[in-house]
Design a protein around this ligand. Structure first.
Ligand code: SF4
Length: 189
């Protein structure tokens, strides 16, 4: 494979998607980073819904993330909740209004439309190869994977409806195992 060519395509797709997000986000007074933060908070689990988790995921400075959170809070798109056990810890929750914005804008229509023109086999292959590429890049640079809980090496299924996290020692609901996590680690291959 010619990695320069693959890189060019990924770069051009990224630019197209970002420009679309910029245009449509503007109708809600939001920038692409605001939408990325909302999408993360919609997808992440209870170990990851903190300002630190969001900062790590977006790879931005603490100051930028703090500004992002101020904008989202002022528009009632997120809510800050104090941790029940540790009063110094804040959890961020996406509001119903925030979820509606994400549902409306993500993935952008031009991406959805283009995917609809691919066969279901091509869509599956594309997803598989992109996932593999992301994993390779994360692992070779010792970056956090932020993967889906169910694929984590600490996830243990006790019964069809009952899961357990060997890292935190806590029970997980079936729904929680579909969320992304900042502590996620892939199975050792
Ligand atoms: S099993 Fe892994 S991904 Fe799931 S909560 Fe535990 S550390 Fe996070």
């Amino acid at each position: 494979m010619n990695s320069n060519e693959a890189y060019d395509y990924i770069e051009r797709i990224s630019n197209l998607l970002r420009n679309t997000l910029r245009r449509f986000g503007a109708s809600h007074g939001l920038q692409p980073t605001h939408l990325e933060a909302l999408a993360y908070l919609k997808a992440c689990n209870r170990y990851s819904d903190t300002p630190k988790g969001l900062t790590d995921y977006l790879g931005l400075t603490k100051g930028t993330v703090s500004q992002t959170l101020k904008v989202l809070e002022s528009k009632d798109l997120i809510k800050k909740n104090i941790d029940a056990k540790d009063k110094r810890k804040i959890h961020l929750a996406i509001s119903p209004k925030g979820k509606a914005v994400i549902k409306d804008l993500l993935p952008p229509f031009l991406f959805r439309d283009a995917c609809a023109h691919l066969t279901s086999v091509a869509q599956l292959q594309l997803t598989r190869y992109l996932k593999q590429l992301l994993r390779e890049m994360q692992e070779s640079n010792t970056l956090k994977s932020f993967g889906v809980c169910r694929s984590c090496r600490f996830n243990q299924q006790k019964s069809p409806e009952n899961y357990f996290c060997k890292l935190t020692g806590e029970t997980l609901s079936k729904q929680e195992t579909l969320a992304i996590c900042r502590e996620h680690e892939y199975q050792k291959s």
